[in-house]
Design a protein around this ligand. Sequence first.
Ligand code: HEC
Ligand code: HEC
Length: 188
Amino acid sequence: MYTLKHPLLVTVLLVCFGTAPVFAADMAAGEQKAATCMGCHGPKGKSSSAQWPNLAAQQGLYLVNQLKAFKAGTRNNPMMQSMAANLSDDDINNLAAYYSSQPAVSAGADATLAKTGQPKATMCLGCHGSSGEGNGQFPRLAGQHPNYLVKQLSNFKEGERKNGHMQAIAGNLSEEEMKILAAYFGSL
Ligand code: HEC
Ligand code: HEC
């Protein structure tokens, strides 16, 4: 059996890989590339309209997955598909590193709707994080534009956007439930 005789080496490796980002990326190159995204997604990923999701503080792995899905055509949106078609894997990693490290923003929401949505939202927190902050493949929902969140939930429900977990969950939500959940997360 192979045994490691150098505990110091093991420690060094653990320190390096334990704290390293999931992908190697060049944040400065990401920032430069993001100039082509700013017209819609706003400066530093803070968008001014619910048509365009905030990207600021979004999970890096989730951003990578979505850009690859648009590029492969498995997530359907003509605008984003044509944007992603020209991105290399390096561009995608760099953009994800840049946006995921920008300060979080809050789109805000109707306070009454948000309060109604809070109890229902507990069923989402196991995957999306106790404050809706996301985790890896699970996107941040906190501070996202409520109308964008509603649109994605209906896309999952109608099967226009594919994801096993989310299609099952959204399939059981009424329009009203989508609205109050989206308001709750948007208000964070
Ligand atoms: C012309 C407007 C436009 C431009 C420019 C644009 N986007 Fe988008 N983007 C959109 C729209 C619209 C959506 C929402 C698509 C949907 O409804 O599914 C979106 C969605 C996304 C998403 C998914 C976010 C989420 O929460 O799931 C990512 C990631 C993204 N864009 C990244 C980028 C990057 C990176 C660039 C620049 C290389 C870019 N976009 C340029 C319009 C744009
Ligand atoms: C079992 C885990 C799980 C649970 C529970 C869950 N989600 Fe998700 N959710 C996901 C995953 C995974 C994705 C990313 C799908 C993809 O990659 O396209 C996602 C994506 C989303 C998106 C798209 C976000 C964006 O930026 O486009 C919304 C909106 C969403 N979830 C809302 C909810 C709500 C509301 C609940 C509770 C009612 C919930 N989710 C519960 C796993 C989960």
